[in-house]
Design a protein around this ligand. Structure first.
Ligand code: ATP
Length: 215
């Protein structure tokens, strides 16, 4: 069977992620998509990741709950150290070696593939699916051809453009603005209940007096 791996920081998971997972699954006839929230993503500054690995895992779990072909895996969260995609993919493949694996990523990330660890080895393990993202059209992938032996293992998929980013969502929350419908309903509930990304919580931890956030 064809299986998708969807790695990300998911800080938080949002509708842009849900749409590409669904549309890539449909387009490529994948039997399931395994979301893999990163514990400590090697390519991001640890301080730039706002929610804890557990909270990000919990949000992904809530987001995938309504889709019987979406799953979430703890492998990177439990590792407690940065993991590169090539390593994650090998671990997941060992668990079900009979499957063919597709790594789902936004075209913005794929255009940066030469900076990933062992990109040609990764492309031997998986087909890299580059999903379109607003601002990153697929022509931006062409420069990779010169740098990769396995360039033909990159498979672009045109998806509905959903102009949402985790950064934009965190910014809206900091500004006291609503993010309802930008994230799945269950994720919205978790962000609200745990006051994730809320300036009120972070500043109050520093002992400042603060006003209530808006929900
Ligand atoms: P940030 O704003 O913090 O960079 P992000 O919204 O890009 O976060 P990630 O968790 O880093 O979220 O993304 C995981 C994967 O999903 C990446 O491959 C990214 O390219 C892709 N992705 C994220 N948002 C979108 C979107 N709106 N459309 C298409 N792909 C997306």
């Amino acid at each position: 069977m064809n299986v998708g791996i969807f790695g990300g920081t998911f800080d938080p998971i949002h509708q842009g992620h849900m749409v590409i997972a669904e549309q890539v699954m449909d387009e490529l006839g994948l039997s399931r998509v395994v979301f893999v929230p990163g514990g400590i993503p090697p390519h991001k500054e640890a301080s730039s990741v706002r929610a804890s690995a557990e909270d990000r895992f919990y949000m992904v779990e809530a987001a995938v709950a309504g889709n019987e072909r979406f799953f979430v895996d703890r492998v990177e969260v439990d590792a407690g150290r940065p993991m590169y995609s090539v390593e994650t993919v090998r671990l997941l493949k060992e668990r079900s070696p009979g499957d063919d694996w597709y790594f789902i990523s936004g075209a913005d990330e794929v255009s940066n593939l030469l900076a990933w660890k062992d990109p040609d080895l990764l492309l031997e393990e998986v087909v890299m699916v580059a999903a379109t993202r607003p601002g990153y059209d697929l022509s931006k992938l062409q420069h990779l051809e010169a740098g990769l032996r396995n360039f033909d293992r990159i498979f672009p998929v045109e998806c509905t453009r959903v102009d949402v980013s985790a950064t934009g969502i965190r910014r809206r929350i900091l500004q006291g603005k609503s993010v309802r419908y930008l994230v799945p309903e269950g994720v919205h509930d978790i962000i609200r209940d745990r006051r994730l990304y809320d300036a009120v919580v972070r500043r109050s931890e520093q002992g400042e007096r603060l006003k209530e956030g808006t929900w």
